[in-house]
Design a protein around this ligand. Structure first.
Ligand code: 1PZ
Length: 215
């Protein structure tokens, strides 16, 4: 692990990553997208080892994308738009069933993209929550209307059990490491529109290219 990964999570770094993620012409930077996810994984790991089956999958997907960016065709992986064009044009994506390209950038990013929708819903509900709100309830409600539809029963079951182990609202806000609850709510208010926009741009691109159901 590099020194960078040892540092304590801070919500500000995720905010900064999503700030830099979209260019003026709405290109999604893969580098910053990945940086945002690295931060979120750090947060997840700081919440306890019961979440490691989730963070392991996220890390695996991050590593696939990092390897593509660092590889021989790395120049085609600077933005999500370029990645989609490149992989489609060169038949590097399994479109209907899993085959020769089980780890394409397109299908890998789609998994994180779907999780980003869950994150958006969860953080929004956290932002507007009150003292008596339960993180586990907010988390599972967000999950049930988004990411869960892509998961088999056994994963849904495991996720449900993990949610029950989430720290309470106060402790969760403290884990965001940006000051008081009020300050954390403010940073969330700043981060959420950025996360939404990155989600929306990716969603539209994938919809246009018919990539929303990649196996
Ligand atoms: C704060 C509590 C964290 C809740 C996170 C909610 C998401 C629960 C997801 C549980 C799934 C983990 C097991 C791996 C599932 C994979 O099968 C799927 C599909 O990938 P494929 O098998 O097709 O390759 N993976 C995903 O859906 C990606 C999940 C990434 C979750 C990252 C969450 C990071 C949250 C940090 C915020 C605190």
């Amino acid at each position: 692990e590099g020194e960078e990964d040892q540092k304590k999570f801070c919500l500000q770094e995720v905010l900064d990553a999503y700030k830099m993620c979209l260019s003026e012409d709405k290109e999604v930077s893969l580098q910053h997208y990945v940086t945002g996810w690295r931060g979120l994984v750090k947060l997840l790991n700081s919440l306890g080892s019961v979440f490691s089956f989730i963070s392991k999958d996220a890390v695996n997907k991050i590593q696939i994308l990092v390897a593509l960016m660092a590889g021989d065709s790395g120049s085609h992986y600077s933005t999500v738009q370029l990645m989609v064009e490149y992989e489609l044009q060169n038949h590097l994506v399994d479109l209907t069933k899993r085959g020769n390209h089980p780890e394409s950038g397109c299908r890998t990013l789609l998994r994180l993209h779907r999780a980003l929708r869950w994150l958006q819903l969860f953080l929004e509900s956290l932002r507007t929550s009150t003292e008596d709100s339960k993180t586990s309830t907010m988390c599972s409600e967000a999950y049930n209307v988004s990411l869960s539809q892509y998961h088999p029963w056994v994963v849904r079951k495991a996720a449900g059990m993990a949610f029950c182990m989430l720290p309470g609202r106060q402790e969760f806000f403290a884990a965001l490491n940006v000051g008081s609850t009020e300050q954390a709510v403010a940073v969330l208010g700043e981060a959420l529109p950025l996360i939404s926009e990155v989600y929306q741009v990716t969603e539209e691109l994938y919809a246009q290219r018919n990539l929303l159901d990649l196996p």
